[in-house]
Design a protein around this ligand. Structure first.
Ligand code: SAM
Ligand code: SF4
Length: 318
């Protein structure tokens, strides 16, 4: 079965936030004191998440990404990966993480069925990493990247570029692709006023000082455009939610850790699957709610008009 929204987009990708909690406080994502955590009993259990994934798979979802908050702070996350990987119809399972806890989990995650990880890393400088994340240690992430590579989790690095904070490191990140790193530069979305975003086009021009950037296609390219510096083993991607939104190709829905099924990262609209499940809705009724959420998916976001979600990224699942 293939699922389409009301604008004819094929919808098959579900991003699941497994927790709103995080061990870091990145300056563009959370305030220093954190945000009020969602109470434990409001968070979906692994059984509830697994049931939703099973029903979504029956409707045509084939691809799952786990995110958060920080997904690796949730207890027994490997168990969830294993449960989801055994779901009939799920063909791809990946995870987005800040990487700080990856060293201890990489091999067991791979064994449980995880295919790949995206690791967020905005700077290669120790002091700056501490400034950007407020709590983290750069070495932990570098160890996590190495562990992910050894475990066969094909790590891809996500770097949010902030003017005046880390935009002087773009070439350092780009050079790492000669060593096989895959790096994606993400435009900063303006939810907070920490810094200005840097348009991807400017980064592309800057990187071309190292050599020409050849466009390359990647299976599962998602919202990114990919290039390769000649002679580099790794790729460079650009994700442009601000300068060039790609809503017309969006294939995803989202499940928040407290069970809201959302159709867009940047919209507050959502359907409360948790309450439905806890009020004994039948599988058929849950599927109907999922279909309604898909049908309500907006054509595009309105970030540039200043329409932001009320929840933080860590609470929705970036
Ligand atoms: N904690 C995990 C991590 O950091 O990878 C997963 C959740 S985090 C909310 C997911 C992604 O959202 C990260 O790559 C982070 O850099 C990105 N993000 C958070 N706030 C953002 C913003 N204002 N603009 C662009 N990306 C943002
Ligand atoms: Fe935590 Fe990820 Fe947000 Fe950083 S971006 S505070 S690691 S959820």
């Amino acid at each position: 079965m293939k699922l389409f929204d009301s604008f004819g987009r094929h919808i098959y990708y579900l991003r699941i936030s497994v927790t709103d909690r995080c061990n870091l406080r990145c300056i563009y994502c959370m305030p220093p004191e954190g945000v009020p955590w969602i109470p434990h009993d409001e968070i979906l259990s692994y059984e509830e998440i697994s049931t939703i994934v099973q029903l979504a798979a029956e409707l045509g979802f084939t691809k799952i990404r786990l995110t958060g908050g920080e997904p690796l702070v949730r207890k027994d996350i490997v168990e969830l990966v294993s449960m989801l990987w055994q779901t009939r119809g799920i063909e791809e399972l990946s995870l987005t993480t800040n990487g700080t806890l990856l060293k201890e989990h990489a091999f067991e995650l791979r064994k449980a069925g995880l295919k790949r990880v995206n690791i967020s890393l905005d700077t290669l400088r120790t002091e700056r990493y501490r400034y950007v994340t407020r709590l983290g240690s750069l070495q932990d992430v570098l160890d996590g990247i190495e562990a992910a590579r050894s475990a066969g989790l094909s790590p891809r690095i996500n770097t949010v570029v902030m003017r005046g904070i880390n935009d002087d490191e773009v070439l350092d990140f780009a050079r790492l692709t000669y060593q096989g790193w895959n790096v994606r530069f993400i435009e900063l979305m303006p939810f907070t006023k920490v810094a200005e975003f840097v348009p991807a086009e400017g980064l592309r021009q800057q990187i071309e000082s190292l050599g020409s950037l050849e466009p390359c296609s990647i299976s599962d390219s998602g919202p990114a455009e990919y290039y390769r510096l000649s002679g580099a083993r790794g790729t460079i991607g650009f994700i442009t939610p601000v300068s060039k939104p790609v809503c017309s190709c969006c294939n995803r829905m989202r499940l928040t850790s407290d069970g809201q099924f959302r159709s867009c990262l940047l919209s507050d609209a959502g359907i409360d699957l948790k309450s439905a499940m806890r009020n004994n809705a039948s599988p058929q009724e849950i599927k109907q709610l999922i279909l309604e959420a898909v049908a309500s998916k907006p054509e595009k976001h309105h970030l540039l008009e200043g329409v932001y979600p009320k929840r933080k990224m860590s609470q929705i699942g970036g």
